[in-house]
Design a protein around this ligand. Structure first.
Ligand code: ZN
Length: 284
């Protein structure tokens, strides 16, 4: 069964999020663990979490994926920023465990001019510290990035560098992003192109670590190194790219989370329907 969902909200609580997922036809979803500025978190009572667990089972929503705010920079050279990132990750990893979220996605971070090597070491040191502090069942997924500015994580070897330093622990995996990969230079508009990306990912981290995909089209052309999401089929990946991705045997087994620029969360109903239609398309 294909798992297709979108980036929704838990601002009105977890049970309401489950209802929203069902309303838009999602059988998986992602949420921001806190607002993009990284501010305070709304607390959820035990009763609310229990109601949520029941609803999620009834609606067959799996997996549930948290996403750290963009302000979290685990590669930050400045200690204040780095310390904030570690604190937010520790708290949100713990909370994701309490909610029963299977995965927590984080952007590896930006090295701020210190270089990829230094950034990779900084990220690994932060993760080591957080994994030490939080046991929890939630798996942390490093997201593949577009390579904008001083971002770390736009080449599979960056992710390998982090995972290697962590002793290849099973607590860490990878979340692909079709828009970011395309902007980083991987042409995903054919099965051959997707296979080439997956082969490189396999050599770097092992395909068993690849656990989810952000399904987005790209406003930026191939190799454009900028992170600009577009509605499915309307960007440079286009209908050809969406059909190639959604009919690819490995990709279609991943939970697919759509993060396209819709106006309202309920508009994801159309995007999810479209993704399912592309999945039924014939590809040359
Ligand atoms: Zn992301």
């Amino acid at each position: 069964m294909m798992r297709v969902g979108a980036h929704l909200t838990i601002a009105k609580g977890l049970p309401e999020a489950a209802r929203l997922a069902r309303r838009v036809g999602a059988n998986t979803f992602q949420y921001f663990t806190r607002n993009p500025r990284g501010g305070a978190v709304r607390s959820m009572s035990d009763g609310e979490i229990a109601a949520w667990s029941l609803l999620r089972r009834e609606y067959d929503i799996f997996p549930v994926v948290g996403h750290l705010p963009y302000t979290v920079n685990l590669a930050a050279p400045a200690d204040a920023t780095w310390g904030f990132a570690k604190r937010v990750l520790r708290e949100d990893l713990e909370r994701a465990g309490a909610y029963g979220a299977e995965f927590l996605v984080v952007h590896p971070g930006s090295h701020g001019g210190e270089g990829v090597e230094r950034g990779v070491a900084r990220i690994a040191a932060a993760l080591e510290e957080v994994f030490e502090a939080v046991e929890g069942p939630t798996m942390l997924l490093l997201e593949t990035m577009a390579g904008q500015g001083s971002e770390v994580g736009f080449e599979p070897r960056h992710l390998d560098g982090i995972i290697e330093r962590l002793g290849r622990t099973e607590r860490i995996g990878v979340c692909l992003d079709s828009c970011h990969l395309f902007a980083a230079g991987f042409d995903l508009r054919t099965h051959e192109g997707i296979d080439a990306m997956l082969a490189e990912m396999d050599r770097a981290v092992g395909l068993e670590r690849v656990r989810a995909m952000h399904l987005n089209d790209s406003k930026v052309p191939l190799g454009g190194r900028r992170d600009r999401h577009e509605l499915l089929g309307q960007g440079h990946l286009g209908e050809e790219g969406m059909a190639a991705l959604l009919t690819h045997p490995f990709i279609r087994k991943l939970p697919l989370l759509i993060e396209t620029p819709v106006k309202e969360y309920t508009d994801y109903a159309g995007e999810i329907r479209l993704a399912r239609a592309f999945a039924g398309a014939a590809v040359a």
